[in-house]
Design a protein around this ligand. Structure first.
Ligand code: ISE
Length: 362
């Protein structure tokens, strides 16, 4: 794959310091922190579908779970704690897939150790924490952090961006998004619909348009009876970009019928939208239909593979993947999510003002 994950790249040498022809390819030794749903999935992909890396260590607060995942990956070291894994001299690169409140600590430790890190979204829970990560990376003088906004590697979103960049649709005006999960876990709180779910729409909007979001508003329709506890579900989010594009995003995490992510971009001369990623249509019982994915791991399987492959390939070359989200992108997305949370709590439109972008992320 190339840096943007779209094809085959240079795989002659895995050593960042040695790109000579004929030199043996170095396989990156990866450590994965957090072996829950996402961490275990990354381990499987790194051990299976992704080339150029192997999983040599895992860690999780639940040691038994980590040991099971280590076993599934063909056996590897199990650390009791993420910081120990980062310090392990046998670990070259790190994937952080532990709970959100731990991201900042682990990413900062990776930057300090000079180890490239792919951190699941959100980069950190607050924009202030993201800024501390940016400061550390700027002080290190090189990009080490990639944020796991995998939709950038989804073939559908990538094609939407290609079309928009080719001017085939004219100037962008509106973006309509729908983000529906079949069912939320019992511990899912209203803020998580933004920080954990809508943050993907926030990132894809910035990335598709290449401009920052300057204002956000969250509205609550009547609450669904299927929403557990006090969860406000669904939510309707309105975002405005610096260039005046408006985007709406429905987030409905107890939609009940499947995992359904849609996006339509409206330009001055045309529109483009994602099509349901089903290989076949079926007719039965006097109805025609397509199977819907059950969750994001199924829906974005190709995107996760391409994201990890692009990370491994770029890291092996001592660089960063072109399409990938940087620490700056992680910061900007969290800052917009904060504005959404403020609007959810207090109502109205909340302005987003970002810090100055350091030249490292130009
Ligand atoms: C989940 O955490 C994800 O990251 C998925 O991509 C998202 O679609 C889902 O809504 C989140 O809960």
């Amino acid at each position: 794959m190339t840096e943007d994950g779209s094809g085959d790249g240079d795989r002659t040498s895995g050593n960042p310091d040695d790109h000579g022809e004929g030199s043996p390819a170095r396989v990156l030794r990866a450590g994965v922190i957090g072996t829950g749903i996402m961490g275990a999935d990354h381990v499987r992909r790194l051990a299976g579908s992704v080339s150029g890396a192997e999983v040599v260590a895992v860690s999780d607060a639940d040691r038994d779970r980590a040991a099971r995942v280590a076993c599934d990956a063909g056996g590897c070291r199990v650390h009791d704690e993420g910081l120990g894994l980062i310090k392990d001299p046998g670990v070259d690169v790190v994937v952080v897939a532990s709970p959100d409140p731990t991201h900042e600590r682990f990413v900062l430790a990776c930057v300090e150790a000079g180890k490239p890190v792919l951190c699941e979204k959100p980069l950190a829970e607050t924009s202030a924490a993201c800024q501390r990560i940016i400061s550390a990376e700027v002080a290190a003088g090189r990009r080490l952090v990639q944020v796991g906004f995998m939709r950038r590697f989804d073939p559908g979103y990538a094609e939407m961006k290609r079309l928009l960049d080719s001017s085939a649709l004219g100037a962008p005006l509106l973006v309509h998004n729908q983000h529906r999960n079949e069912q939320s876990p019992p511990w899912f709180a209203s803020g998580m619909s933004i920080v954990s779910s809508a943050i993907h729409e926030i990132d894809t909007l910035r990335w598709l348009l290449g401009e920052e979001i300057v204002a956000a508003q969250v509205m609550r329709p009547r609450r669904s009876g299927a929403a557990p506890g006090g969860l406000e579900d669904p939510l309707l989010i309105l975002l405005r970009t610096a260039g005046g594009v408006l985007a709406d995003a429905e987030v409905f995490v107890n939609a009940g019928y499947g995992y359904d992510v849609r996006c339509e971009l409206v330009g001055e001369t045309g529109t483009t939208s994602l099509v349901p990623p089903a290989p076949v249509a079926t007719r039965a019982a006097r109805a025609e239909g397509q199977r819907l994915p059950s969750d994001w791991i199924e829906r974005f399987a190709a995107a996760y593979d391409r994201e990890l492959q692009a990370w491994v390939d770029a890291t092996a070359r001592g660089t960063v993947a072109g399409a990938a989200a940087s620490a700056w992108d992680g910061y900007a997305a969290t800052a917009v999510a904060e504005a959404c949370l403020e609007s959810l709590a207090g109502g109205g439109t909340v302005e987003v003002s970002l810090a100055t972008r350091p030249p490292l992320y130009a």
